[in-house]
Each structure stands twice: as C-alpha cells, then as structure tokens.
Design a protein around this ligand. Structure first.
Ligand code: PMP
Length: 353
C-alpha cells in the first residue's frame, strides 16, 4: 500500500515470481510452456541476424507478420492485430471495447488476468458459474451486456466449447464485443477465427507462446474485422507505435512458415497429454477432458495443496490455485514424454496413492 498509488491499484498483487524459480534441474510443468524448441527456422533467424540492424526501429506496422498471419487464415492484414504477448492484446482490448456502462459477462472460473483489468478499470462484471462438470455453457450468457470474454479452451480447466455454441452466441449477441481468448486452441479445440468474416463484433486472440514455443519472445495477436482492429490500433498507437521488436517479428514469421514442425509438435503434445490422462486416471485421479497443453486433475484421497508440495519437494513444479471450488486441483503442463514419465513415477511413490 502507498499513498502515492491510485485507488484502483491498491489491491493489485504482482505476478508471483515463485512460478519462475531460478533453480536448475527442475521439471517445470507449472506455466504451460512448450517443452520443445521453436521451429528450426526461428533458430536460423536468430543465428544469422545482423546486430547492426538494431540501430534502426522495427516496422511499426508489423506488416510482414500481419500478412503472414492473415494468409494463414484466409483473411486480410487489416483484420490482424499484433502485440507483446496475448496479455498485451487482451489489455488493449479491455481498454478499447470493454469499458462500458453495461456489465461484462465472463466465466466465474477462467484466466485470472481478466479480473485484474476489471478491477483496474472499475468495470462492472457478471461472473457466470461453470457447470458442475466445470464446463462453460454459452447459452448461460444472456441479457444486455457491455461485452463478453471467455477463454476457449478455458483455463485452468482445459475444457473447450464447440464452435456451434460460439456461433449461436454471436447470432443472438450482436450489440457488444465478444472476445474469445484462444491461447490454447491449437491443442485440439475448434477456432472461432472461421467466424470473423461473419460477425463484426468478434475478436479472437491467440499467441505464439504455447503452440509455437515462443513464450520468451512475447508475441500475441488477434483476428477481427477491420473496425475492431482499428479500435485496437488507436489505443496502442496512443501509447507506443512499436508493438514488437525486430527479432520477435522475424521469429514469429519463421515459426508460422514451418507448418510441418508446428503440426508435429502439437500432435506430440496431444499424444503425451492423452497418455498422461490415462496414467493419472489409473492412479485414481479425476482428470478433466483437455483440449490444451495441460491437464486439470484432482485426487479424492489427497488434497491438491499437499500433492503440489510433494511434487515440489521432488523438484517437479505444477500449478495449484487457492480459489475455492478449484483448490483441490492441480494444473499440470504437458512436458516431454520423459518428464511426464517422471511425474507419474513420482506420484506412484506417494504413500497415499
Ligand atoms: N490467455 C490465457 C488463457 C492464458 O493462459 C495465457 C498465458 N498465461 C495468456 C492468454 C497469455 O499468454 P501470452 O501473453 O504469453 O500470449
């Protein structure tokens, strides 16, 4: 607390550095990073980059990257926005679209970041409970509102909603912006990008952090009709006209170019996720059906907090949330086959499992 801080920031809590410890030899399954390196083309870009070029500012419009992202989805570059990670894209979207007089609708359990912006901007919000099986039913998102935001697949549950449900929501909700946060969509869910041309109020955000193994570069993006993208550009440009550094722009393009590597990487993670789910289930865990690069699991006999600590004592990091309703669960990122085998072996040695 400080008398110099604005009232809106008094209750903010900084991102916990505990999730990024500086200790070698840990099996890090706590922040949903990709266990595999970026595409070989990215390594090539970095290895051959001439540092002399850093004298110059990067392209403020990220034209080449926007073109590559547009081509990837059969859209136009004016329908693409890029930012420093999808967190920044989401933050700008909150500023541009979601500060309305009507309440924002969002799931009660979802990406915690949304509530930070709700608090920061004093946005009125209606949190809609998940169903008993932790699923989101978009038919619950009814009535006049100042916007709707949800993650699909949802985090930290990993469960996705089908595209047909999103389509139904967009057909009845035409007066406010609907943001679909697709940070994890490449691990088996249906993307709403296919609906962008049909609905002017739809914004779909995605990231290079997960499926493209570029969390360290901070590249996120959004697809939407030109009207929404223009809104984001206006907010962004009033702060900072250089959204991405030069290497990040070049690396993201290289990652996007290698579709074979991308598909192989995603398929490997999906296969390891399914193997992990089977193994955890055999140990008595309840594992939610995941379309992400993590699983959300609880055990009827051992509390989530205890399991998290037991794993940490054995140098395996997983994520545990203290929020009521999900405080018995662990969110476990899918690592390599070897890492997941180590996790299962470690759990098997737990005295109560
Ligand atoms: N959305 C969701 C649901 C996430 O879990 C994350 C990662 N923490 C993000 C967005 C942001 O990812 P990034 O800023 O790395 O693109």
């Amino acid at each position: 607390m400080s008398k110099f801080w604005s009232p809106a920031i008094q209750s903010l809590v900084p991102y916990t550095p505990g999730e990024q410890p500086k200790i070698d030899g840990l099996i890090k399954l706590n922040t949903n990073e990709n266990p595999y390196p970026p595409a070989p083309g990215v390594q090539q870009v970095i290895a051959t980059f001439d540092a002399e070029r850093l004298r110059l500012y990067p392209d403020p419009d990220c034209q080449a990257l926007k073109q590559a992202l547009a081509t990837d989805q059969g859209l136009q570059p004016e329908q693409v926005f890029v930012g420093n990670g999808s967190d920044e894209v989401l933050a700008l979207a909150f500023m541009a679209f979601l500060r309305q007089s009507q309440p924002l609708l969002l799931p009660q359990t979802s990406y915690s970041f949304y509530n930070v912006y709700i608090d920061l901007f004093g946005i009125e919000a209606r949190h809609i409970p998940l169903h008993a099986d932790f699923s989101i039913n978009l038919d619950d998102y009814q009535g006049s509102n100042g916007g709707i935001i949800f993650a699909n697949p949802n985090a930290p549950t990993g469960i996705s909603v089908p595209l047909s449900e999103i389509h139904r929501l967009l057909e009845r909700n035409t007066e406010s912006v609907v943001i679909v946060d697709e940070a994890y969509v490449d691990f088996g869910a249906e993307s709403a990008t296919a609906l962008v041309s049909e609905f002017p109020n739809l914004l779909v955000t995605q990231t290079f952090s997960k499926s493209h193994s570029l969390a360290g570069m901070r590249v996120g993006f959004a697809y939407g009709q030109a009207e929404l993208i223009d809104g984001l550009e206006r907010v962004k440009n009033s702060f900072n006209s250089y959204p991405l550094d030069m290497l990040a722009q070049l690396s993201a393009i290289a990652a996007l170019e290698d579709q074979t590597y991308f598909n192989q990487c995603c398929q490997q993670i999906i296969a390891t996720r399914d193997w992990t789910t089977t193994q955890l289930t055999a140990l008595g865990f309840d594992v939610l059906p995941s379309h992400t690069n993590f699983v959300f699991a609880s055990h009827p006999k051992v509390a989530g907090a205890e399991l998290m600590q037991y794993l940490r004592d054995n140098r395996i990091l997983v994520r545990h949330f203290t929020k009521p309703g999900i405080d018995n669960h662990l969110r476990i990122t899918i690592g390599t086959e070897t890492q997941m085998q180590a996790l299962i072996d470690c759990l098997r040695n737990h005295p109560s499992l």
